[in-house]
Design a protein around this ligand. Sequence first.
Ligand code: MOS
Length: 709
Amino acid sequence: MAANIGSSQSRIDGRLKVTGDARYAADFVVPNPLYAHLVTSSIGKGRITAVDDAAARAVPGMREIYTHFNHPAIQPAGFFGAREGAAQQGWRPLAGPDVKFYGEIVGMVVAESLLAAREAAAALKFTYQSETPAATLDAEGVELEELPDKAISVGDVEAGLREAAHRISHTYTTAPNTHNAMELFATTAHWEGEDLTVYVPSQWVKGFQSGLAKNLDLDENRIRVFSPYVGGAFGGKGSLFSWTALVAAAARDLKRPVKLYVTREQGFTVASFRAETRQEVKIGAQKDGLITTFVHKGHELCSRPDTYAVNGTKSTTRMYHAKNIQTGVTVVHADRQTPGFMRAPPETPYFFALESAIDELARELNMDPVQLRVRNDVDHDPVRGVPFTSRSLVECFKQGAEAFGWPKYQPEIGSMTEGDELIGWGVATATYPTHMSPCAARVVLDNIGEARVQVASHDLGTGAYTVFAQAVHNKFGIPVEKVRVDLGDSRLPPGTIAGGSTTTASTVSAIGMACDRILKRLGAQEGKLDPQAVLESFGQSSIEEYVEWEPSLEGGPGEKWAAYAFGAEFVEVRINRFTREIRVPRIVGAFAAGHIMNEKTARSQYLGGMIWGIGHALLEISEVDPRTGAYANANISEYLIPVNADIQQIEAILVPEVDDKVNPAGIKGIGELSIVGTAAAVANAVYHATGIRVRKTPIRIEDILPDYS
Ligand code: MOS
């Protein structure tokens, strides 16, 4: 295939989606449902001392009120962060009177209509004994927990820093963020006898199924989790929601299907979020720019009971040359909900720090920031000494620089202006590790030339349906339209979690393996198959293969390779000299990620990631009110994300790369690659324009005010 990039194929589910025919979780019709509404705490820490439900019980149509006084029997599902389960948090809701954070689930009302449920929920009176929460990284009363298993130590960083010709040492912070997928969280539970069907937007139907089985003490096979379409997830729908079992238990109690949707505001606290971080970076370098020493330490906010950290130093230490390396991660237990994954969970915050620091080092060295990164490119993982399966970082910088016009860069601060606009250019590296997980798949080919693929994978809007159809097309040569793809159903062969950008590499490898077995059984050649003729010669109307694929590069000390995708991003900012308004008129990213299945959907992923990165740099923050621990902007009018007017020229270059080691399909994950580094590129451009180094996200007007004195 030309340049190892698959054809631009429009989404096979595109028409269904734009015509409204694609069914999302809340769209499924169940017979005679009841409606549930969550009640969340209005204090940030304390105890529930009483619940007065008289007025709520008087609301016509009210059926049941659940609080910790009468919670349904639910067993723990195992906390995902501890790698032993599927649940988003380590405790179940309504377990007791203690309130751990603002907006925690303290009740659920079930009624004959949505309005009755909401009315009754509003009439429910909780009395609290309230304490002042410690809700932010620096609040008095937070507890620190160092995670020794996340620490890396190579060489001698103290000597390295002492002997370095140039060194920098700075602290960077990143803001808490909320996923805010367009599709709200929703859950419908429908029992038929002992069998439960749950309609829920999910990045992991198999995980939801096994977690729910534990919650409800049921045989897994009695539970079907159905999630054929997901209206955006971004990590927020990856682990089992705490209320799913509540809804299922209520449906069992009340012997009717129960439908719940979570309001936008509740979605800010009842599910996960991207935790705020504070990171310390120290770099020592030789005169020629070669980095000798790298120290990166992170503090990450978490809830009181759980220990969850993303730890981006696993990736930041793999980027550049260094012989002395030290990292550490400290969890800050605060009165907030348990955080979780959000796009490129570790890399997004940690590369804001790393790539800002590299820019600061370039200034210190008086060296071009692209040249500095090229100077420190490595062909082996600096921590473990193992080679990369492929690494095209320098090529990405070359192609990105050319497309952006980087040779015209004038490094002096404020040297590029136009009228009242201060122009700044910034650059940063993007990277994302290639994660893969065991994945099963079933492929059926019939003698009228149609194929069917079945796997409990997910399409979050990423193009997975289309890419899987292309995988079959590539093997059998039958048209993409003749391939039917079934996803998002726990009854299908077990797929991977749609997180960590694992889906395409894992699932296409499994589908490819099933197709290869069919080709072999039929004695046919890849891409050249006449299903009718071949199957008839075997006297069969169809042929089917079920496979279980396992990646051979999975972690552990025996790992022989480092597998990452890479990119380079170039940003122009324009800042009004007087108002200090920051705009990003231009961004160019060049990315290499092995075999690309579909040029069109891949480009969309890259553009989306860069847009998200601009949001991360300039707009997104879940504002914590330190007095209550509440998010002050828990809605999408005040939680800002980039809109069309914020994005002007945006270009993604697909740099060809062949990787014959990473997996049989040669595919690296791309879903989260292009968000990484963007925020630093913006911050570096802001520095170039203004001379003001902003070491936090988001960067706002008030951070770059000129000195008026
Ligand atoms: Mo993505 S944050 O790994 O769902």
